[in-house]
Write a protein that binds this ligand. Structure first.
Ligand SMILES: [Zn+2]
Ligand SMILES: [Zn+2]
Length: 159
């Protein structure tokens, strides 16, 4: 199992970060924004409590957009290589941040517990019966509790 803090960075190395708290879950996002931003079929993200990621090298550039559910979102990315590090909600809810799993130095433990935005998944995607699947993305944090519990059961992070 990984130990805290989790460490990671962007493609060019100008940005380095640490995550100081145990993640809440891992999910795949099949929304159209993730498809366009990453240039692939979906993104895989590690959800952490807001405020538990700190940049230890470099300062991220920031961009904002409206999600497929029309929520104000923001992303942190490297100003040099433009690699995406994390994204979250601009407004107060929910108090979580989503880190792109591929930016972790060690992503070998990453295993999604839920597929979000299944409604816009690429047609060739096969969903696993071992994961939750939601057509869009819940707006309320209470809806995430089953996903958090599944992740805790799967990955017993040391505190
Ligand atoms: Zn970079
Ligand atoms: Zn997405």
């Amino acid at each position: 199992m990984p130990t805290l803090p989790l460490e990671g960075g962007c493609h060019c190395g100008a940005l380095r970060y640490q995550v100081t708290a145990a993640p809440l879950m891992v999910y795949n996002c099949h929304c159209r924004n993730c498809q366009r931003i990453g240039g692939g079929a979906f993104s895989t993200n590690v959800t952490i409590p807001r405020g538990t990621l700190e940049f230890v090298r470099g300062e991220p550039a920031k961009l904002t957009w409206k999600s497929d559910a029309s929520a104000e979102r923001f992303g942190w990315l490297c100003g040099d290589c433009h690699g995406r590090i994390a994204h979250g909600w601009e407004e107060a809810s929910p108090p979580i941040l989503n880190v792109r799993s591929g930016t972790l130095d060690d992503s070998s433990w990453v295993s999604p517990v839920v597929d979000m935005w299944a409604a816009s998944a690429q047609p060739w995607i096969t969903f696993s019966a071992d994961r939750f699947r939601v057509e869009q993305q819940p707006a309320e944090l209470t809806a995430y509790q089953p996903f958090f519990e599944a992740f805790r059961a799967q990955r017993n992070f040391p505190e």
